[in-house]
Design a protein around this ligand. Structure first.
Ligand SMILES: O=P(O)(O)OC[C@H]1O[C@H](OP(=O)(O)OP(=O)(O)O)[C@H](O)[C@@H]1O
Ligand SMILES: O=c1cc[nH]c(=O)[nH]1
Ligand SMILES: [Mg+2]
Length: 212
């Protein structure tokens, strides 16, 4: 299925296997957290595929060698609280030098519109390439608000990494921000009348933190 330019769906067997376990209603909070972190780490590998490299001169125990390292790109990862927190450690394991900014949003259960309650970003956020983390892209309201906010701060390069997206969420983000690359492990069928992704995985924040 083609969801248009700038949508990348990961079909790697390890990601799909772990996503099946994440979706399973019998998976408890401990295992859920571990799996979300692992999938984030596997996705980080792909999301960072185009980072530029530069040649460096190093010395091995045997002698001088030319090698390649990531060239001075400043990265930032921006989890949308709460559920995005579950993906942070997986990313930081692969890109430990990235700075982390937090945006706190919750969806009003009646209107489904996002409400902001917290924001703390790196001082030089506008000089960084950012990856927003949120496991669920449902109506797209939360992700769109986070991108709006970061662009207002002068950020020019933003990617969005989630576990499960609804077609409605992809369309909403790309209607306003077609430049944002969306990376996801699955695109599900639809939203239900409460704005939950079907079949999805339920409420990601509640499952991560055991709040239900
Ligand atoms: O695309 P949308 O329709 O905006 O929905 C997606 C948002 O909903 C969830 O957060 P929630 O409001 O449940 O907050 P939580 O992470 O604190 O549980 C999820 O983690 C996203 O941030
Ligand atoms: O299915 C959904 C939709 C929004 N937020 C979630 O946690 N799950
Ligand atoms: Mg929630």
């Amino acid at each position: 299925m083609d969801y248009g330019k700038n949508v990348f769906v990961f079909d790697h067997p390890l990601i799909q296997h772990k996503l099946a376990l994440i979706r399973d209603e019998n998976t408890g909070a401990k295992e859920f957290r571990e799996l979300v972190e692992e999938v984030a780490m596997l996705m980080a590998y792909e999301v960072t595929r185009n980072l530029p490299l530069e040649e460096v001169q190093i010395k091995t125990p045997i002698g001088p060698a030319k090698a390649r390292m990531i060239s001075g790109k400043k990265l930032g990862i921006i989890p949308i609280l709460r559920a995005g927190l579950g993906m942070v450690n997986g990313m930081l394991k692969l890109i430990p030098a990235a700075k982390v900014g937090h945006i706190g949003l919750y969806r009003d259960p009646d209107t489904l519109t996002p409400v902001e309650y917290y924001c703390k970003l790196p001082a030089d956020v506008n000089e960084r390439e950012l990856i927003i983390l949120d496991p669920m892209l449902a109506t797209g309201g939360s992700a769109t608000m986070a991108v709006d906010f970061l662009k207002e701060k002068g950020v020019t390069s933003i990617k969005l990494m989630c576990l499960i997206a609804a077609p409605e969420g992809i369309a909403a983000v790309h209607k306003k921000h077609p430049d944002v690359e969306i990376y996801t492990a699955a695109v599900d069928e639809k939203l239900n009348s409460h704005g939950y992704i079907v079949p999805g995985l339920g409420d990601a924040g509640d499952r991560l933190f055991g709040t239900k």
